[in-house]
Design a protein around this ligand. Structure first.
Ligand code: SF4
Length: 278
């Protein structure tokens, strides 16, 4: 049975919320999203719920590496990377085994959340490192790029230096690139050839096997859409609110419709490309 369908493109969930960091200094750094994920992670670290956050940190251009953030500053430096898929298993195991960590939260992409979920449910290898994962946050994802060719496209056709890009996301039929605080819209058709082949057959936009999915709504800039899926995820969001880290309200119908529409688009794309392969 598929985890997402055109009828239920967001999979199973408990609540969909709009949230942002209470701390204005976090919001100032995370203008597009309001910094709710960062605030939630900082709440967990500062209150001893986890002792590390596993997250991708951009090191140069669009290239990222997996890091463990242990402080507020490190969380804020390591913005979630949505543009490239890291060689995940080995790096994750190395990171968790080499650090003195007991419990971590992890920020990743839907496919990574799925991998970790399967490792939890059907352990095939040694499981000690997976058992340290307390919470999985999945970022909305429409695809990642074959890095070198995509970087060339951004440089040569649009004059964008990857080092200065702070955000890449989906907006209707365009890719929005934020560059030196300015926005550039690139038609989706133009970047599709640079999307990783595996992404073209991936139907999961939000990360249905995570504890919390997170992304943004075009109609509510400055806020993060949080989809609370597990009891643990939902409880943590409200505890962070009660401790003064998060402002939270229920998402209105238009937010849910927007995210569902994008999620359906990804299912349709995956179905179309899958049929080409069969
Ligand atoms: S589109 Fe799917 S496979 Fe590609 S990076 Fe996103 S979640 Fe992973």
């Amino acid at each position: 049975m598929s985890l997402v369908t055109l009828d239920r493109p967001l999979g199973e969930y408990q609540e969909i919320l709009l949230a942002r960091a209470t701390d204005e200094s976090i919001r100032a750094q995370k203008v597009a999203s309001g910094g709710a994920v960062s605030a939630l992670l900082i709440y967990m670290l500062e209150n001893g719920i986890v002792d590390g956050i596993v997250v991708a940190k951009r090191v140069r251009g669009l290239v990222a590496e997996l890091v463990i953030a242990r402080t507020r500053e490190e969380v804020l430096q390591a913005a979630g990377n949505r543009w490239s898929v890291l060689p995940y298993t080995t790096k994750l195991r190395e990171a968790l085994q080499s650090e003195d960590l007991k419990r971590v939260a992890l920020v990743g992409l839907p496919c990574q959340a799925q991998f970790l979920y399967q490792m939890r449910m059907f352990p095939l290898l040694e499981t000690d490192f997976v058992s340290k994962i307390y919470l999985i946050i999945s970022l909305f994802c429409f695809g990642t790029f074959a890095s070198e060719a995509f970087v060339d496209l951004l440089k040569l056709r649009y004059g964008l230096e990857p080092e200065r890009i702070t955000y890449i996301g989906l907006e209707k039929n365009f890719i929005k690139v934020v560059y030196d605080s300015e926005e550039k819209l690139i038609p989706l058709q133009e970047v599709l050839p640079f999307v990783q082949t595996g992404c073209l057959v991936c139907p999961d936009y939000t990360g249905v096997l995570s504890d919390i999915s997170a992304g943004i709504s075009e109609n509510y800039p400055g806020y993060t859409v949080l989809i609370a899926r597990s009891d643990r995820g939902l409880e943590l969001i409200y505890r962070a609110r009660d401790h003064g880290y998060l402002e939270v309200r229920k998402a209105s119908a238009d937010v849910i419709e927007e995210i569902e529409t994008k999620a359906r688009g990804k299912i349709v794309r995956a179905t179309r490309y899958m049929s080409l392969l069969l």
